[in-house]
Design a protein around this ligand. Structure first.
Ligand code: GLN
Length: 298
């Protein structure tokens, strides 16, 4: 990077401009985040010493990260981290970046367990398509009596999830299993029944992948996004297995996309589940479905 970017203030100014020109959201914030990452400092420190000189190495690193963000690589892949439910998680290319909308699924699932499944110990949870382990880790962190089986078909995702669980010291209560929902021995590999099943499976219809933001369509794994012709291919496999996977009274929470609520409701009814709800996110879009396996009569 040119010498004109040798101070914090100069980098902030010039990087914000390049990012804005490239159409990146929140250009100033992004420039700050890149500096905080390279200088390993808090935001306030940038403004306490704006004339601080950057070393050649720091300038080179910043130049490289800035160029990648200008090409629309997601910020979280550049810094390698993301915050989810107050937990700091590692992410890297090859694994989906947890979205803020998914926090609602976790909040609802935790509230359900606290309200409806009180006194069950251990509380057995299953997270299908765990990715970097964000749902599994936050369930385990918020429900100290929970034991979670977290499944993914991607070796890469499981490696990242393993790192996250060990950094959070949750490996004793979250078990990672490699299994593919599409394979006939899925239920056997999972083993047993669960009080809670969560899933954030790919649900974007294949034909809509090209309409997603460049950060998503060009950099995030399509394996975690592409849900087949109408987006529901994998939910169509998982839902019929739920009566087998859920214990009586157990709850199911899954993330979905806009316009998929009605179809999900039909699938869940078809599997014999009840108490079905389609819950909107903060922006009012259909985002989470809930269903429950009937309790056994006394
Ligand atoms: N919400 C994600 C997106 O907008 C999709 C995640 C998924 O398919 N599970 O890109």
């Amino acid at each position: 990077m040119a010498n004109s970017c040798a101070t914090i203030a100069a980098f902030l100014r010039q990087a914000s401009e390049s990012l804005r020109d490239a159409g990146v959201d929140s250009p100033e914030l992004t420039a700050e985040r890149l500096l905080m990452h390279v200088l390993r400092c808090q935001r306030a420190e940038l403004y306490l010493a704006p004339e601080r000189l950057l070393s050649h190495r720091q300038q080179a690193l910043l130049g490289d990260l800035l160029a990648r963000r200008v090409r629309r690589e997601p910020l979280q892949y550049l810094t390698g981290e993301v915050e989810f439910m107050g937990l700091s998680l590692r992410v890297r290319p090859g694994v989906l970046i947890p979205r803020p909308e998914t926090e609602m699924l976790v909040e609802r699932a935790v509230a359900f367990c606290q309200r409806e499944l009180r006194g069950i110990h251990p509380l057995r949870c299953l997270d299908v398509g765990t990715g970097c382990g964000n749902i599994a880790a936050s369930l385990a962190a918020m429900l100290p009596h929970a034991h979670v089986v977290a499944i993914d078909c991607s070796q890469e995702a499981l490696a990242v999830a393993r790192t996250n669980l060990s950094r959070l010291r949750l490996t004793n209560r979250v078990q990672l299993v490699r299994a593919d929902l599409r394979s006939p021995d899925f239920a056997r590999k999972v083993g047993g029944t669960f009080h809670l099943v969560t899933a954030n499976l790919p649900y974007v219809p294949t034909g809509e992948l090209s309409t997603l933001a460049p950060e998503v369509k060009n950099y995030e794994p399509h394996l975690a996004l592409d849900g087949g012709p109408d987006g529901l291919a994998l939910y169509r496999i998982l839902i019929p297995l739920l009566p087998q996977l859920l214990s009586p009274g157990g709850g199911y929470f899954a993330e979905i996309g806009v316009g998929q609520g009605a179809q999900l409701r039909t699938l869940l009814e078809g599997a014999g589940l009840g108490e079905i709800e389609v819950l909107p996110d903060l922006a009012g879009r259909e985002r989470v479905v809930f269903a429950r396996r009937q309790r056994e009569r006394a």
